[in-house]
Structure formats: structure tokens, C-alpha cells
Design a protein around this ligand. Structure first.
Ligand SMILES: C[S@@+](CC[C@H](N)C(=O)[O-])C[C@H]1O[C@@H](n2cnc3c(N)ncnc32)[C@H](O)[C@@H]1O
Length: 256
């Protein structure tokens, strides 16, 4: 839909009043995707109520790919794009990758598109998210991590954007995220690393020696995760920070 500058300003002001931090970008996105003005009004009300834009327009862009997003499924964050690109750089032609906690499949889609000759498998425990990942063309096993995958030491790359927010810090997330996005996608337990610890254990078995594990993390979790990785046989543990100096991910090399 096209909206004149005055209407765009009014929409932006409504979103600002609703507490949206990227109000003008969201106004542009909602307006561009709305087929009619009645639909735009309905969408604006949903956004004012805190629903993620991606649930409303049913897509999100990630590393240049347009992904289907269904309401109820964790929305891939642009901050994860760096991990996806690093993982793609580690994946050899004809190699294999496993994306644990795939959600809508964002990282797996990027791996598949970057290295078309590679085999990319994903694991997700939430049925709605797994369905969404399949709609995005990802081969998904519905599983608690990768318990049912028996093939040992075969993957060149394992990625995991697992839940990693410490339970006590959940209240610091934006209120619309807390109110709408699935808690199982966010809550990582007391220190945020309950699922990450299990990911490290699974990855140690599933990665071939010399393969790479990439974990999304935050805060100062690299300090806690580094010894966990070394105890599991990983080497070359490297923390990656963004331009603001905030921790985004850790990479490590499988050793066994
Ligand atoms: C933070 S979201 C990340 C999703 C996706 N990787 C992304 O970057 O958009 C974490 C995902 O892990 C899934 N998850 C949490 N615990 C899991 C487990 N034990 N086994 C499989 N998936 C799990 C959640 O359902 C959620 O989809």
C-alpha cells in the first residue's frame, strides 16, 4: 500500500506512543506489506498491542533471505546474521551442518543457500517452529536437541542459537518480547546456559574432529562457556563481539 507523508507520520507517531523503538522502520514495513487500508489499521492495532511485526506481516528478512514466520514462533534477529555467516564460511562444499534449536530455520536457510552442495539438517522441539522451518525449506527433526540423531562425528558444522537469557534477566527484555514471544525460546535457566551446556555435550559427539561449533551467547557468558567447551574436548575457543563491544557468539573447534 502507498501512504502519503502525513499518513506515514501519523502511523509512526502511533507506534512511538505504543513504545516501538524502531517506529519509522516498522511504519514503513507495515504500510508496504498491507494490501488495504482496513488491513493496515488491523495490523497497527496488533502492533500497538505488542505483537512482533514479523508475526503480523508473516515474514522476516535474514541475511537477505525472506523467511516465513508464523505467529507464536521466535522471530530471527539480525544480530544472529553474523553467526550464520561465520558458520557458512566454515562449511565446506559437499559438507554437512546441523542447526540445533533452529526455530523458523533462519541459520539453516542461510547455510543451505550459501553452500548448496552441503547437507543441512535442523532440530527443533517446538512443533509450530518446526512447521515454519519446513515451510522455509529446511529439513527438520522434531526433537529435544539431537537426542535421536545417532550418527556420531559426521557434521562439519554445528550451530545453536539456543535460549540463553538467564531467568532472572528476562524482565530486562522489551515488554512486547516478553509478552508475546515463546518463553521456551528465551529462558536459559539460572545462568542462561542450561540448554547451551547440553548443546556442547551433543556437539562434542556429533561434530567430526576439526569441525566447528558456533553458539550465540550474550553478556559475559563466554567466560563460563569457555571451560565447558574445553572440558568437552573443544579447542580454539574464540568469543565474537559486535561493534558496540557486546558478546554475540563463541566459536570452537571439535577435538575428538
Ligand atoms: C532463541 S530461539 C532461536 C531460533 C533460531 N535459531 C533463530 O535464530 O531464529 C531458540 C529456539 O530453540 C528452541 N529450543 C529450546 N530448547 C530446545 C531443545 N531442548 N531442543 C530443541 N529446540 C529447543 C526453541 O523452541 C526456539 O525455537
Amino acid at each position: 500500500m502507498h501512504a502519503d507523508p502525513t499518513t506515514m507520520l501519523q502511523i509512526t507517531e502511533r507506534l512511538v506512543r505504543a513504545g516501538c523503538v524502531a517506529a519509522s522502520e516498522e511504519a514503513a514495513e507495515l504500510t508496504a506489506a498491507a494490501p488495504t487500508s482496513a488491513m493496515l489499521e488491523a495490523w497497527l492495532r496488533r502492533r500497538e498491542d505488542g505483537e512482533p511485526v514479523a508475526w503480523i506481516v508473516k515474514f522476516v528478512r535474514f541475511c537477505g533471505h525472506v523467511l516465513v514466520i508464523e505467529p507464536g514462533v521466535f522471530v530471527p534477529r539480525f544480530q544472529t546474521e553474523d553467526l550464520a555467516r561465520r558458520a557458512a564460511a566454515f562449511l565446506p562444499p559437499g559438507g554437512s551442518a546441523l542447526d540445533l534449536c533452529t526455530g523458523a530455520g533462519a541459520v539453516a536457510v542461510h547455510l543451505r543457500c550459501s553452500v548448496p552442495s552441503a547437507a543441512v539438517l535442523a532440530v527443533e522441539q517446538d512443533l509450530d517452529a518446526a512447521r515454519c522451518a519446513r515451510r522455509n525449506g529446511v529439513a527438520v527433526v522434531v526433537d529435544d536437541l539431537a537426542g535421536s540423531i545417532r550418527a556420531a562425528a559426521v557434521f562439519d558444522v554445528v550451530t545453536a542459537v539456543a535460549p540463553y537469557v538467564p531467568t532472572g534477566s528476562l524482565h530486562l527484555l522489551p515488554s512486547d518480547v516478553l509478552r508475546h514471544e515463546p518463553r521456551a525460546a528465551l529462558d536459559g535457566g539460572a545462568d542462561g546456559l542450561d540448554v547451551v551446556r547440553r548443546v556442547v555435550g551433543r556437539a562434542a559427539l556429533l561434530l567430526r574432529p576439526g569441525g566447528h561449533l558456533l553458539l550465540e551467547l550474550g553478556g559475559d557468558q563466554d567466560g563460563t562457556v569457555a571451560p565447558i567447551l574445553r572440558d568437552a574436548g573443544f579447542t580454539d575457543v574464540v568469543a565474537h563481539k559486535d561493534d558496540d563491544g557486546d558478546l554475540r557468539s563463541v566459536t570452537a573447534t571439535g577435538g575428538r
